[in-house]
Design a protein around this ligand. Structure first.
Ligand code: HEC
Ligand code: HEC
Ligand code: HEC
Ligand code: HEC
Ligand code: HEC
Length: 338
């Protein structure tokens, strides 16, 4: 009995010691408490280029690389108009420092590095102390992002996208009242991947996006053709932003049996939606979100014949100085007169 209890006590002591040892081992091995709100340190990587995001966020990198944000500084159109960035002010939004440095909805500062990265991951996601900002904090992820709900706000886009009142136009639109924001349309959630938003930011260089903006309606009343254009799908004016964008309504009437090529004979312009350059004559004729423009034209006497063909087209022009056929053809309406 005695020897057994002696063995029991020694076993118990051994177990206790083991437990204590394990406890100490565990205490020294638990990871340090979550990083506080401080600048990058040994456990938080310092990011100096968007290329460093590529290995862990390959899909987002892929999308962003194809976006106009990625080419903001290398885009030949921008280089041409800015005199190869000899106009220094153009750099602010086309090669920006992280926008949280200067604050949202305020003009960003230009950076002098990584010209091939344009409006990059760091421009939108980096805090002045180098910490990465996301919608949620993820202390275990390699980049240890902190939560910053303003990342998903309209003010983020307004930082660069209100030079020509696109954000103000949105604020006055029916979409703003319904809570449909820039991101709902330009950074939509990827189906089947909740929380993943496309970084392609499709806009005026994408035909499907342009087509989703407008409805072309045409009717016949005697010898008059009635035309309607509705801005049904843009959360701002159509066209918006750059003053060189234009949307044109054009038409032509071909005599019965006439053989016509796609753009020959040429079309006549019925109307142009555009915000003119500063100093240009004429009012701003952009079509506000949710509104409908109405116009009409007469079929000339000599063409009021059975078999004459009437064509109406809606075109989007990236610059107003090009020929009709260089624009994007959004919609066409055609009728052979009875
Ligand atoms: C070592 C791998 C790694 C690197 C490098 C990395 N990340 Fe992450 N990041 C992750 C992981 C893992 C997650 C969590 C899973 C996810 O959301 O994809 C994450 C999540 C995020 C989030 C989302 C937070 C949220 O709202 O859910 C953002 C934003 C982010 N990273 C930005 C960046 C940026 C910008 C860079 C480059 C400067 C970068 N990351 C570099 C691994 C990394
Ligand atoms: C306040 C921010 C800001 C500044 C400053 C700025 N831009 Fe832009 N720029 C933008 C935004 C935002 C867009 C995208 C809007 C659009 O495409 O209509 C853009 C688009 C453009 C485009 C169209 C690119 C294309 O492929 O069609 C050109 C060209 C351009 N900018 C030239 C310039 C020039 C030249 C300057 C300097 C005189 C300048 N920008 C200064 C924000 C800015
Ligand atoms: C740091 C400045 C900046 C911020 C912030 C920014 N953009 Fe841009 N954005 C630009 C510039 C500059 C361009 C034009 C680049 C070019 O074409 O050369 C552009 C172009 C675009 C385009 C036009 C793409 C095309 O193909 O014509 C869309 C759409 C767009 N941005 C949406 C957004 C949205 C939505 C947000 C907010 C989530 C946002 N941007 C935030 C600077 C910015
Ligand atoms: C309801 C959907 C919707 C919302 C909301 C919306 N957009 Fe758009 N956006 C469009 C469509 C459609 C187009 C193409 C037609 C056009 O240019 O107006 C477009 C075009 C653009 C372009 C391209 C202009 C160019 O010249 O290349 C920019 C930049 C842009 N939007 C920025 C924004 C910003 C910033 C916001 C928020 C303040 C916003 N959009 C809100 C649908 C939307
Ligand atoms: C023009 C600003 C802008 C740029 C440039 C940008 N992002 Fe984002 N990113 C956002 C916004 C805004 C959100 C959150 C949208 C929301 O949820 O409302 C976001 C969300 C994310 C998320 C969370 C998950 C998801 O898919 O939405 C990750 C991860 C991320 N970005 C990584 C990156 C990386 C990596 C790059 C560069 C390759 C990059 N971002 C470039 C604005 C930007």
């Amino acid at each position: 009995m005695n020897s057994f209890s002696g063995l029991g006590a020694r076993l118990l002591a051994l177990l206790l010691l083991l437990g204590l040892g394990l406890g100490i081992f565990y205490l020294t091995q638990t990871p340090p408490s979550q990083p506080k709100d401080r600048g990058p340190s040994e456990d938080i990587p310092l990011f100096t280029s968007s290329r460093q995001c590529k290995s862990c966020h390959a899909d987002l990198w892929e999308e962003w690389s194809k976006s106009h944000h990625a080419i903001a500084y290398t885009n030949p159109e921008v280089r041409k108009l800015s005199d190869d960035f000899r106009q220094k002010a153009c750099q602010d939004c086309h090669l920006p420092r992280p926008i949280f440095e200067t604050g949202l909805a305020k003009p960003p500062l230009p950076r002098q590095s990584r010209p091939d990265e344009g409006v990059d991951c760091l421009s939108c996601h980096m805090r002045p102390d180098g910490r990465i900002l996301g919608m949620k904090a993820r202390p275990r992820a390699g980049c240890k992002p902190l939560a910053e709900p303003r990342l998903g706000s309209v003010d983020l886009c307004k930082t660069c996208h209100n030079q020509h009142q696109t954000t103000d136009q949105w604020a006055a639109s029916p979409f703003a009242k319904k809570g449909v924001t820039c991101n709902s349309c330009h950074m939509p959630e990827i189906p089947g991947k909740p929380g993943r938003r496309s970084h392609l930011v499709k806009g005026a260089h994408d035909l499907a996006t342009l087509q989703s903006a407008a409805r072309l309606g045409v009717g016949v009343s005697g010898n008059k053709i009635l035309v309607e254009v509705e801005n049904k799908g843009a959360g701002h004016n159509l066209p918006t932003e750059e003053r060189h964008r234009a949307v044109d309504v054009v038409y032509r009437i071909l005599p019965p049996g006439a053989k016509a090529k796609a753009w020959d004979p040429p079309f006549t312009r019925l109307y142009r939606f555009r915000q003119p350059y500063l100093g240009d004559p004429g009012p701003n004729t952009q079509l506000p979100s949710g509104q409908t423009w109405k116009g009409s034209f007469e079929i000339p006497k000599d063409l009021q014949q059975k078999g004459a063909r009437v064509q109406v087209r809606l075109l989007y022009q990236l610059t107003p100085f090009k020929k009709d056929e260089e624009g994007a053809l959004l919609y066409q309406w055609e009728k052979i007169l009875p």
